[in-house]
Write a protein that binds this ligand. Structure first.
Ligand SMILES: C[S@@+](CC[C@H](N)C(=O)[O-])C[C@H]1O[C@@H](n2cnc3c(N)ncnc32)[C@H](O)[C@@H]1O
Length: 262
């Protein structure tokens, strides 16, 4: 697991675009979206998840799925079309949840068998106790350096380890992941991967590298598949340490490396 890139490289790579507070357009898979102000516009890293839900590599069919930090809502829409049993579309940003609802009703409609539950929620706070999730995805704002002081950019890009730590801690402590469930979590070495995966391991997850993309500019993006270890989960949930032996707990899964363009 690589250490974070040097701060100046991270800041240079993540120069915020000036247009976040404007209406923008996004097109993918033949769908056109209006992206309201403040809503994250999906990039190639987002599509590492979106395409895999579409292709059933991240298989949500008949499953309870939580799209954490859903943003524009593409992964929730795709999950509805693929036949998830239930889609929890969660974001702390009300305009993102509203955009997700609009897109979902326009593209998926109301007739399918999927229960669609959009919700403004700080991580999992809005989910009732006893919720069991089969599949969770998160493209978090994990960049480890403050690339802007704009709170909307921080929320979308660089909230860092407080958010990623709380994400795994809540999943573990509230026992939200079904025993055979999986978390798909995407982050690059612009984030502190050792800390993030070390913390996930500490609270009882086992991390596998489901996909790794080298952008040939120093950035390596990892799509992790994390599962919980039933033997240690309750014990580990009580622990709060971080920076544990990440290398030992992380293994690679075979898989194609097919992304192009960040
Ligand atoms: C990098 S964007 C990803 C958006 C979308 N999933 C995608 O891949 O295009 C991160 C998203 O996480 C949301 N977010 C940040 N902090 C959050 C929190 N504490 N709880 C829920 N969502 C959060 C942001 O509002 C933003 O929509």
């Amino acid at each position: 697991m690589p250490p974070p890139l040097p701060a100046e490289q991270i800041i240079a790579l993540n120069k915020p675009k000036a247009d976040l507070h404007t209406h923008r357009a996004y097109t993918w898979n033949g769908w056109e979206f209006d992206v309201p102000p403040g809503v994250f516009i999906p990039g190639a890293t987002s599509r590492m998840i979106h395409q895999r839900v579409l292709d059933d590599d991240i298989d949500v069919r008949g499953r309870v799925y939580a799209a954490m930090g859903v943003g524009l809502g593409v992964e929730a829409i795709v999950a509805g079309l693929r036949g998830a049993a239930r889609v929890h579309a969660l974001d702390v940003h009300p305009a993102s949840v509203a955009a997700t609802e609009t897109g979902y009703h326009r593209i998926v409609g109301n007739d399918g068998g999927t229960e669609f539950l959009p919700q403004v929620s700080d991580l999992f706070a809005g989910l009732p106790d006893g919720t069991r999730l089969d599949t969770v995805t998160f493209n978090p704002p994990a960049v480890s350096r403050p690339v802007s002081e704009d709170p909307d950019i921080v929320r979308n890009v660089c909230a860092g380890t407080p958010v990623t730590d709380a994400f795994f801690t809540q999943l573990a402590e509230r026992d939200l992941l079904a025993p055979d469930g999986a978390v798909y979590f995407v982050a690059s070495n612009t984030a502190d991967l050792r800390h993030i995966i070390g913390h996930a391991t500490t609270v009882g997850f086992t991390a596998n590298i489901h996909h790794l993309h080298d952008w040939n500019d120093g950035v390596l993006t990892y799509l992790f598949r994390l599962t919980r270890d039933p033997e240690t989960i309750s014990e580990a949930a009580a622990a709060s340490g971080t920076d544990s032996a990440t290398e030992a707990a992380t293994t690679s899964e075979p898989g194609p490396n097919v992304e192009a363009g960040r």
